[in-house]
Ligand binder design. Structure first.
Ligand SMILES: Nc1nc2c(ncn2[C@@H]2O[C@H](COP(=O)(O)OP(=O)(O)OP(=O)(O)O)[C@@H](O)[C@H]2O)c(=O)[nH]1
Length: 335
């Protein structure tokens, strides 16, 4: 803690780039740190905080809105609770939503005197998905903003692309942000990279790199509708107090993601399946998906939660489809 203030690390990166994976690695890498975490999820159903290992009591989940658009009261009240509550921490991690412009999160740490008094930005770390970054750069301006505003870029998922392409991507990142340090990584593994307390971040850097971007047209001051207009990306969450049929679910999801890969950026969920004692963590990024085995349900009644993030999502149609995937004792023969 350079000057007694609490260092803050802001973790940004587009939907599915590996932010939560990185957050977990970071917590394990620095066991001596006491982290407080502000987790901002896009959508009303919080999933990510359930996926963070080992910092339960210090996690603040802001899941109803995007802190980038409206640095809303939730954010300030989380900071307030952190400072006034019984929390023991010496480092603050903020995971932004995948569609956040980090400038709006960095700002209060630079221009709000109360926040500035207690906190100091250590670094802004951007996760870039090597497989999808190039496409997303064309489609979503947030990806460019995130790269430009970070001082460390973790070019993640290099296991999914060719080595020569990694060098190309690195050059593309540096073109947008010559001041960034770029580390190619797999599964956001950062064992040999120094990331915290480097204090390599400076306000000047942000300003320099943000000169390239037009301001967010004052949308922060408007109501929450601007959130959707700004990003055109919506999040639809579904909760079932039932379990799914694994075969039906996998088959349907594969097709759904394939046919909607240009509009569905991200699906994640905590799922229960018939005859499976454990919960499954489901992740889809564009067309690809994985199931990770989670804890056993044990005494808990299995449920299923899913969040779809993308454009032009037909909620009703999706709900009808998902309902058909719920496990039923007697096989339903109708279509
Ligand atoms: N193949 C591969 N998969 C990865 C890598 N890093 C993360 N993943 C997987 O990518 C998926 C998304 O990772 P997350 O860490 O949840 O991504 P995120 O950025 O937190 O996602 P959002 O919070 O939805 O924006 C998960 O299934 C991860 O296991 C990697 O380097 N290679």
């Amino acid at each position: 803690m350079e000057d007694g203030r609490i260092p803050v690390t802001i973790i940004t990166g587009f939907l599915g780039a590996g932010k939560t994976t990185f957050l977990n690695n970071l917590i394990q890498k620095y066991p001596e740190k006491k982290f407080a975490i502000i987790e901002n999820e896009f959508g009303e159903i919080g999933i990510d905080s359930g996926l963070i290992i080992g910092a339960d009591e210090n996690i603040f989940e802001l899941s109803n809105g995007c802190i980038c658009c409206s640095l809303n009261n939730d954010f300030f009240s989380a900071i307030d609770r952190l400072l006034k509550g019984p929390y023991e921490f010496n480092h603050l991690l903020i995971e932004t939503t995948g569609i956040a412009n980090p400038l709006n999160i960095v700002k209060p740490f630079i221009d709000n005197t109360n926040i500035q008094y207690h906190f100091k930005i250590g670094s802004v770390i951007c996760l870039a998905d090597a497989e999808n970054m190039e496409d997303m750069l064309d489609e979503q301006k947030e990806v460019e903003q995130q790269l430009a505003l970070s001082d460390i870029v973790l070019l993640n998922k290099i296991d999914l692309v060719h080595e020569s392409y990694v060098a190309e991507l690195k050059a593309k990142i540096l073109k947008r942000n010559p001041m960034a340090t770029v580390h190619p990584v797999e599964f956001a593994k950062v064992d040999s990279i120094d990331l915290l307390d480097t204090f390599s971040y400076s306000g000047n850097k942000i300003e320099m790199s943000t000169l390239k971007f037009a301001p967010l047209s004052g949308t922060q001051s408007h109501d929450t509708h601007s959130h959707h207009h700004e990003h055109e990306i919506v999040s639809e969450g579904f909760v079932f107090n039932e379990v799914f049929d694994l075969d039906l679910f996998s088959l349907w999801m594969r097709h759904y993601l394939y046919f909607n890969k240009s509009t569905i950026f991200r699906v994640k969920g905590i799922l229960g399946f018939h005859d499976m004692p454990e919960r499954y963590i489901f992740h889809a990024v564009k067309g690809s998906f994985v199931f990770d085995q989670g804890r056993e349900w044990a005494e808990e009644k299995p449920f299923s939660k899913l969040v779809f993030i993308g454009k032009h999502i037909d909620r009703d149609a999706l709900l009808k489809n998902l309902q058909k995937l719920v496990y039923k004792k007697e096989k339903v023969t109708e279509n």
